[in-house]
Design a protein around this ligand. Structure first.
Ligand code: ADP
Ligand code: MG
Length: 262
């Protein structure tokens, strides 16, 4: 081979490596947890809530976290969203090492990157529904101030509760409050929605509607990670990750299934 051809080959190989490298980046999981352990201190001594958990969740997945009460589901969600920090292990969401962020960086990262939905809604009782929704936008300044109310109203309309915008949360039914909380989770248009027993306080029809909306979000490109102990709602999720006593369940308890149609 001539020196010119050898040099050309080297350039081509380097270019190929660069292209393959960027392919690798694009197929990386959205979420990866490696060797994550959480130990709480307490009067009765330390207790391990999560032990050596490693998992990956791909962009656009709808994943259920299942397990009995006390199995570590909320702990896992709190670590994933940076609400709490692990005792050991690595938690990466996108390109962010969540476990390594300081308090302020965490708040700002969480506000932009994750929408969180809780079982008991956690709307601020002294603010109207629309004001509750504008808070994350005010905090992160993701949208200009003059656009925030219109965006809030648009999301409330999407959730079918536009008429409730100027009411206090207590004037709404449980189902309406959870819709408002989901709209709030979407306020900054985060790629990831994390929900801890979002249907635990809803009647079964409203629960199905919430699940259908999550499935719709997944179809539009969001990633949804949802804790539930209602096994019949798992059918909406493409995959279930089982927790038992703080550890990932047996391999046969982590199931894949084709996504239910919304
Ligand atoms: P789940 O959401 O599956 O019901 P949790 O993650 O809330 O489970 O709790 C897992 C374990 O960790 C339980 O034994 C619980 O008592 C314990 N735990 C959770 N939070 C704390 C805390 N802040 N301090 C001490 N122990 C805790
Ligand atoms: Mg819990």
């Amino acid at each position: 081979m001539s020196p010119w051809a050898a040099r050309r080959l080297t350039v081509l190989v380097r270019e190929l490596g660069r292209i393959l490298g960027s392919c690798t980046v694009s197929t990386q999981p959205l979420i990866s947890m490696t060797g994550v352990t959480k130990q709480y201190g307490g009067a009765a001594g330390p207790s391990v809530a999560l032990r050596d958990v490693s998992l990956e969740i791909t962009r656009g997945e709808f994943v259920a976290i299942i397990g009995k009460s006390g199995s570590g589901k909320t702990t896992l969600i709190n670590l994933l969203t940076g609400i709490d920090s692990p005792s050991a292990g690595i938690i990466r969401v996108g390109s962010t090492d969540v476990h390594a962020l300081g308090h302020e960086d965490l708040s700002s990262w969480r506000g932009r990157s994750v929408g969180i939905v809780f079982q008991f809604f956690q709307l601020l009782p002294t603010l109207t529904v629309a004001e509750n929704m504008m808070l994350p936008m005010d905090f992160c300044r993701t949208y200009p101030a003059r656009e925030r109310r219109a965006r809030a109203l648009g999301l409330l309309a999407q959730m079918g509760i536009a008429d409730e915008a100027d009411k206090l949360p207590t004037a709404l039914s449980g189902g309406q409050q959870q819709r408002a909380a989901i709209a709030r989770a979407l306020a900054n248009d985060p790629p990831l929605i994390v929900a801890d027993e979002p249907t635990g306080n809803l009647d079964s029809r409203t629960a199905e509607e919430v699940m259908e909306f999550f499935a719709h979000l997944v179809n539009s490109g969001k990633t949804v990670v949802m804790v539930t102990h209602e096994r019949d709602l798992e059918r909406y999720c493409a995959r279930s990750i089982a927790l038992s006593d703080g550890a990932l369940g047996r391999p046969d308890a982590t199931q894949s299934r084709s996504r239910a149609k919304a």
